[in-house]
Write a new protein. Structure first.
Length: 482
């Protein structure tokens, strides 16, 4: 291009930058208020619960408020009571407020290295895990009666229609010697009234997730669900407002996410290393819902909570209906999740590097069993990976050296045929063939290595096994050394 063209292009670029800066400084339009379909009504297939970009009639929760205010719920008119159910790995606090798990404390996972406080999933100020509500944006959580039995905790509530809802939480029998984070929930609806009971559908709380350490990556705080063996999801950043790209795609903050899904096998609220995952065993979820909440106003850090929508059902007078659920409340241990039956391991969300990440993670844990230290296992794994890739690297280096040796001859061809590009390319390829050089021989081995290194990076970033593992001056291998 001549000088005039360069000046024109430069002015256009500067104009676009100035326009983007001006747009970014403009206030975002207020969210549109739309009447959302009743969450208690049956969901039509393929129809969204509420627009993912449109506010619903309930105002968004205000950060920093109390438990009920944060949810827009009717204040409880009763004293909250809890009962504990525990094994060697997890302690559940079951509340009469809505009949669910208010907290799940992971007994073998400290929240911070060297501290006595344990990692806690969900929070008493969020919707309890397993609570059933009509509208998760403004949940009404009735008082349940807690009944302690031998190895279970039951919670009972009688509806105005004389339907007794009985929830039973228990740890299933297992052959696992450790990492027992699976909880079963059986819900029984007994119609003791004189008329049939028709439930149009309900939401079930799946818990909340937020970062645990200040250096945890917020993009891993996600609402995730599985459909057809794969996963879909949103992270906590989805709810934030955005200025778009050059003014395109800007949107105000989104208070809620609500969407139909096609037969979800499970729904989970996860952070970088832990997950609260719920599997409906007697059917599939047909909707997901989520919202975010503030956890640190100074750093503008947020968590999220979610719920799944279950289809409606009908119970004749004197009859019963039973719904069963399986909960996984614990760390994202791939080897443990992979032994479950409903593709729970997909909550790891390794993406396109899934196979590589799985192989590397299994190799890392195998090396740890022999070496007894994760730092040593990482060093051994990277050494093995490097040695395995050495033949490819050596081939690429040799090819590049041979091409470098031909540089003078190639330069001669360029000078000789500078006015005939076609002939120059033909002579260059003939030269490569004469000396046995593949033009892409130096690049292809490097391209093969790239997915392996990306997979290694992805795996190490999500390996909960590294939490609390130390090496020399590093106290936690899962955190940046800063």
């Amino acid at each position: 291009m001549d000088r005039t063209a360069w000046i024109a292009v430069t002015l256009c670029v500067l104009g676009l930058i100035a326009w983007q800066i001006w747009i970014a400084r403009q206030p975002l339009p207020p969210p549109a208020i739309a009447t959302a379909p009743s969450p208690a009504a049956p969901l039509a297939s393929g129809t969204p619960l509420a627009s993912a970009t449109t506010a619903v009639t309930t105002p968004p929760p205000q950060p920093g408020t109390g438990a009920t205010a944060a949810q827009g719920a009717t204040p409880a008119q009763f004293e909250e009571k809890t009962e504990t159910l525990r094994n060697s790995d997890v302690e559940l606090h079951l509340t009469n407020r809505g009949g669910g798990v208010s907290e799940a404390i992971l007994l073998n996972y400290p929240a911070e290295v060297g501290e006595s406080e344990r990692v806690t999933l969900n929070s008493p100020v969020r919707i309890p895990i397993g609570a059933m509500v009509d509208d998760p944006a403004a949940p009404v959580l009735p008082e349940y009666k807690i009944v302690r039995e031998a190895d279970t905790v039951a919670l009972e509530y009688v509806t105005p229609e004389q339907v007794t809802i009985r929830k039973k939480f228990f740890f299933p029998p297992t052959n696992e010697k450790k990492d027992n984070f699976v909880v079963k929930l059986d819900v029984d609806f007994a119609n003791n009234g004189a008329a049939p009971y028709a439930n149009p559908g309900y939401f079930l709380g799946i818990g909340s997730a937020a970062r645990i350490h200040r250096n945890d990556y917020p993009s891993y705080t996600r609402l995730v669900w599985s459909v057809g063996g794969g996963t879909k999801g949103i992270d906590v950043g989805w709810f934030a407002g955005g200025g778009g790209f050059f003014g395109m795609g800007q949107h105000p903050p989104r208070p809620y996410y609500a969407q139909n899904v096609n037969a979800a096998e499970w729904v989970a609220a996860s952070n970088q290393f832990f997950t609260s995952l719920v599997v409906p065993l007697t059917g599939k979820a047909d909707g997901v819902w989520g919202t975010r909440f503030e956890i640190d106003s100074a750093q503008k850090a947020y968590g999220l909570e979610g719920a799944m929508h279950l289809p409606g059902f009908r119970v004749e007078a004197g009859q019963r209906y039973n719904a069963r659920f399986q909960l996984y409340l614990g760390p994202k241990l791939y080897h443990r999740l992979a032994r479950l039956e409903h593709n729970e391991a997909e909550v790891m969300e390794f993406g396109i590097f899934k196979i590589i990440c799985q192989a590397l993670l299994n190799s890392l844990n195998t090396l740890h069993r022999f070496l007894g230290n994760y730092a040593a296992a990482i060093l051994a794994l990277t050494t093995i990976v490097k040695l395995s890739l050495w033949p490819l690297q050596n081939k690429a280096t040799s090819s590049m050296r041979r091409m470098s040796a031909l540089s003078p001859k190639i330069q001669e061809l360029r000078e000789k045929y500078k006015d005939d590009p076609t002939r120059m390319n033909q002579e260059t390829m003939k030269l490569y063939k004469e000396y046995g050089i593949n033009p892409v021989g130096g690049c292809l081995p490097m391209l093969i290595q790239i997915p392996i290194f990306f997979g290694l990076f992805t795996m190490l970033r999500q390996a909960v096994e590294l939490r609390g593992a130390h090496f020399l001056w590093i106290h936690d291998l899962s955190q940046p050394d800063t």
